[in-house]
Design a protein around this ligand. Sequence first.
Ligand SMILES: Cc1cc2nc3c(=O)[nH]c(=O)nc-3n(C[C@H](O)[C@H](O)[C@H](O)COP(=O)(O)OP(=O)(O)OC[C@H]3O[C@@H](n4cnc5c(N)ncnc54)[C@H](O)[C@@H]3O)c2cc1C
Length: 420
Amino acid sequence: MADGIAYDVAIIGAGAAGIAAGRCLVEAGLRIVILEARDRIGGRSHTVATEAGPVDLGCEWLHSADRNPLTAIAQGFGLALDERLPDWGGRLRRLGASAAEEADWYRARDAFHDRLEEAGAAATEDAAASTLLSPGGKWNPLLDAISTWANGAELARVSIKDYAAYQDSGVNWRVRDGYGMLVARLGTGLPVALGNPVAQIDHRGRMIRVEAAQGTVEARAVLLTVPSTLVAAETIRFTPRLPDDKLAAANGIPLGLANKLFLALDGTPPDLPPNSHVLGARDRVATGSYELRPHGRPIVAAYFGGNLARELELAGPSAMASFAIDELVSIFGTGLRAQLRALASSAWHGDEFARGSYSHALPGHAGDRATLARPIGDRVFFAGEACIPGDFSTAHGAYRSGREAADAIIGALDRKRIKR
Ligand SMILES: Cc1cc2nc3c(=O)[nH]c(=O)nc-3n(C[C@H](O)[C@H](O)[C@H](O)COP(=O)(O)OP(=O)(O)OC[C@H]3O[C@@H](n4cnc5c(N)ncnc54)[C@H](O)[C@@H]3O)c2cc1C
């Protein structure tokens, strides 16, 4: 970041959206700077090294890998992909459910999804997805637990229309060395000023003034890619203030919470087959989903969502590990306790530059994504996973949103050049 330079575009945030936009704008020959609060790029894409191999504290699955633009990019970088599909369907069986119980669960799950799809398409008022549960249904806790992992929130806080709009091809792959590593690699070489939180954006004058910790930059256009929770909390002060409908939209699409815990596993217990999943419990919402020996590594990966994730994060990493180990021991026996120890965990709720994990719409707020994404005039643009219909809450959605915003910025700056 150099003082006195007038940039074409200042991008706020170097996550998947900011990086995608930055690459497009540089390719278009524009002079840009990316201002990033953290001392690393990637945002909610973050791979960390552990003694048992790399683990992703944020995004991990190349969801809809068969149409995910980051799949081809990973392949272009020569990165090894793990194309085994997750056996999320086997989670119940490994918990001891009979074939009949499993069939009953699939019937209940499919019926719920049919109701979701139908209500999503119907010309009726939006409502909470919990209203689609069958009253007293035996599998309601499991459907709600799945929502905590998928949406980061219980069904009572999730919009039917938005949940139904999510598009998933069912093909989920992984980058063996980490999705966060892939996103960071994509950002290599971009002009990013790290450790540089933006505090204010003044868009009254001909040039927009962006005040950050390391100084003020001026730019013809600004692209804001910070999470919706931070837009809603106005952690960056705008002059003039962001319009009411923009703030209301950001409030309507909060980030839910999902956290991960990685446990080191000593030995290779035969009842813990590699790349297999198990549920902590089938009859309560507050339970974890566990992957045993991901990529064959000596790890058990725990996933917590919604209220449980918040409670465990606030209780601290050792409480999170105790909860996971207790659930695993209740399934696999007490012998396992001595074979597990905490390696790494995430804490996205308390992360001041995210304040959550991924976005979901509150009931009645499915339309807010479009409002959040809409530019102010043709100078202040918005991108990020919360801004994209269909692929929201994902890294590829963030990537697509960043590229779309970059195209819009290029068009707007071109139009201005022609007018001059
Ligand atoms: C636990 C977990 C699991 C996930 N699993 C998956 C998965 O398997 N597959 C998948 O596709 N997605 C997954 N996701 C979601 C995915 O990680 C995100 O949707 C995506 O990374 C969001 O990218 P983004 O660019 O929109 O936002 P971010 O990555 O949050 O980028 C925004 C950037 O803005 C920066 N910033 C914030 N405030 C300021 C400021 N004032 N000044 C400057 N910079 C600022 C932040 O530091 C950050 O770098 C997961 C996320 C989590 C947390």
